[in-house]
Design a protein around this ligand. Structure first.
Ligand SMILES: Nc1ncnc2c1ncn2[C@@H]1O[C@H](COP(=O)(O)OP(=O)(O)O)[C@@H](O)[C@H]1O
Ligand SMILES: [Mg+2]
Length: 317
């Protein structure tokens, strides 16, 4: 199972930062074991991580796969005798934890940590605990319990706290013990359009669909339009667009008398609604097109600069 989860993470397009971080942790554990066998000292490092990034950049997906992999690899021990409740991945949200009854929130946090022994405890939108009810200081108390449990169960539970970067800073500053307990911050950057095209291809393949060139071109155009809009959801938007086109495809295919296997598999350009474009005026369409071309040019130029500079480094001049 560990191999399966790691393989799955490895196969996700992009996510370089998190892949590197996971590799480091696994190798560190391996070498620590070898050092132990040779009677050498091991400095115990915290496993806890902060994930920053916009919605849809893969934070939850990565955390879940890490939980599965680490639980199966036994990277996090579970010392509890009755560990039948252990789950490789336990997710908590502010709303499920905060209770109006004094002491309840801390109890919930403790129960969640216990469930996550041997795996990952994922705190989504961790900054939501900051502030809130000032009379009872519930959020503050919850964060204090989190700090305590992160220390007490440091070898058994890996805490991953996720959210937008600016807000994660507020979270980390909200208790003096918090920042030092997280070993690293992993940034999940917004996906570029080429990344999202790769993600779309993977999603289609996994769902046993194929797309023609017309579809892929329309999808790229649609993503160039959508990505500058407020509320753009990165890979989540890609998933939504694909699901929408799968519904359109079903409507189209249902009109055929005897659809073939290929009909059932193949998504075509017409299955992607381009209603966004239809509602724009001619001038707006031109402006959009211009800015897309400029963005594409910039991307090419940047790539050239990066290639040139990395060639220089490697040639050892
Ligand atoms: N690199 C990727 N490759 C394939 N699918 C991805 C990738 N990143 C995210 N997704 C998909 O996009 C959706 C949103 O991802 P999620 O992990 O929930 O993002 P976040 O937690 O950062 O908001 C999920 O359906 C997930 O499977
Ligand atoms: Mg998420």
């Amino acid at each position: 199972m560990a191999i399966a989860a790691l393989k799955q993470l490895g196969e996700l397009p992009g996510m370089i930062n998190v892949k590197m971080q996971v590799e480091q942790i696994i190798q560190l554990k391996k070498i620590s074991k070898l050092r132990e066998q040779h009677g050498l000292k091991n400095q115990s490092q915290s496993n806890h991580l902060v994930f920053t990034g916009n919605p849809g950049t893969g934070k939850t997906t990565a955390a879940r796969l890490i939980g599965e992999a680490f639980a199966a690899l036994g990277i996090l021990k579970s010392s509890d005798l009755d560990d039948s409740d252990d789950l490789p991945f336990v997710e908590i949200h502010h709303a499920d934890v905060i209770s109006k009854y004094v002491g309840d929130s801390e109890k919930t946090i403790k129960a969640k940590f216990n469930q996550a022994r041997g795996g990952v405890l994922f705190i989504d939108e961790a900054y939501a605990f900051v502030g809130g009810d000032q009379t009872h200081k519930t959020g503050e108390k919850v964060i204090a319990s989190i700090v305590q449990l992160m220390e007490d169960l440091r070898d058994e539970v890996m805490v991953i706290a996720a959210g937008y970067s600016r807000e994660m800073d507020d979270f980390l500053d909200s208790n003096p013990g918090l920042r030092s307990r997280f070993s690293n911050t992993v940034n999940f950057p917004d996906y570029s359009v080429p990344d999202m095209i790769q993600i779309a291809q993977k999603m289609l393949f996994d769902q046993e669909y194929q797309a023609d060139n017309d579809y892929m071109n329309s999808l790229a155009n649609r993503l160039w339009l959508e990505k500058d809009k407020k509320g753009f959801g990165n890979a989540r938007t890609v998933r939504n667009i694909i699901e929408e086109s799968i519904r359109m495809h079903s409507v189209r295919i249902s009109q055929l008398d005897a659809p073939t296997r290929e009909d059932l598999i193949l998504l075509m350009g017409i299955d992607l609604q381009l209603n966004v474009q239809d509602t724009l005026s001619e001038k707006e369409k031109l402006q959009k097109a211009m800015s897309q071309i400029q963005a594409r040019l910039l991307e090419f130029e940047l790539r050239e600069i990066v290639t040139k500079s990395s060639n220089r480094t490697f040639s050892g001049s």
